[in-house]
Design a protein around this ligand. Structure first.
Ligand code: CP
Length: 313
């Protein structure tokens, strides 16, 4: 088994074996992050450009940390500090980045398909760090790594994903990844935030009542409402949303007693998740963040095509 992809544009293009390789590689890299000297020479001499045209805390930082821990030279550009604000097109930005001979471009962009567009115009590898409402592959992979750590296996898990499914790239990538690995996915949200035909993506059930969706679940994943991607008002008020779709200690009791609570962040406390749950004993939210670094190390290593992980310094 080997990873044959030059780019990571989405989970949709990945097989079960691809996902398995990424998770196993991330497991191997994780230990480096608890060493005193958190650096190995795996990607020495490689240049990684992190191009983030949308806001990010977790993804941008963890891609940067992942690159540095693998000894790559990492450079960051953001939408607000790049020449995009002066009217430069993505194509021209891509050609100019390409002229500086990077090995990997990690891109977050507000337009679905931007990483794919870029991958057809540059010679190096492109990694999607979130494109519009389309996909967020590295998030789904770190989610699966976290579920596997806590539950032993993904196969057979009942995973409830609750929130603004329509605008969530996390939901889309998680649906592809979870169903490919044998989990059963329950999607829940108001009808205005549930895309028609979402069941066609795989082994997915749709609910509008959070209590039914989380009953007996092994994993409850809460998503924030993506206000920035909504063109119409899709809910009466945040207070009402919290009442019907928020996770709190009372409705969480309906899930399995050992269920884990996940959130990709950023969280809106008091809206989709109460502080009591966000800080409670079942939450694994910071484990997700920790695993984000190892997952992104695995992705950078696998697309770079270098022969050996060189996990000794
Ligand atoms: N989960 C996630 O994508 O978070 P950021 O927007 O902070 O990167």
């Amino acid at each position: 088994m080997s990873f044959q992809h030059k780019h990571v544009l989405g989970i949709e293009q990945m097989t079960k074996e691809d996902i398995q390789i990424i998770l196993d590689t991330a497991d191997s890299f994780k230990e480096i992050n608890s060493r005193e000297i958190k650096k190995v020479p795996t990607l020495r001499g490689k240049t990684i450009i992190n191009a983030f045209f949308e806001a990010s805390t977790r993804t941008r930082l963890s891609f940067e940390i992942a690159g540095k821990r693998l000894s790559a030279d990492t450079v960051n550009i953001s939408g607000s500090t790049s020449s995009v604000v002066k009217g430069e097109t993505l194509e021209d930005t891509a050609k100019n980045i390409e002229a500086m001979a990077p090995d990997i471009i990690v891109i977050r962009h507000g337009h679905s398909g931007a990483p794919h567009y870029l991958s057809e115009r540059v010679g190096c590898s492109v990694v999607n760090a979130g494109d519009g409402a389309h996909e967020h592959p590295s998030q789904a992979l770190l989610d699966l790594m976290t579920m596997r750590e806590h539950k032993g296996s993904i196969d057979g898990l009942e995973v409830a994903i609750v929130g603004d499914i329509t605008h969530s790239r996390v939901a889309r990538s998680d649906i592809y990844a979870l169903t490919r690995m044998g989990a059963k996915v329950r999607l829940c949200g108001p009808g205005t935030m549930m895309p028609i035909g979402i069941e066609l993506l795989g082994n997915v059930e749709v609910f509008t009542d959070i209590r039914e969706a989380i009953e007996g679940a092994d994993v409850v994943m809460m998503l924030r409402i993506q206000m920035e991607r909504q063109s119409n008002i899709l809910l009466p008020s945040l207070r009402e949303y919290a009442r019907f779709y928020g996770l709190n200690p009372t409705n969480l009791k309906l899930a399995k007693p050992d269920a884990i609570v996940m959130h990709p962040g950023p969280m809106n406390r008091g809206v989709e998740i109460s502080s009591a749950v966000a800080d409670g004993g079942q939450n694994v939210i910071l484990d997700q963040v920790e695993n984000g670094v190892a997952t992104r190390m695995a992705l950078l290593y696998l697309v770079s095509g270098v022969e050996s992980m060189q996990t000794n310094d």
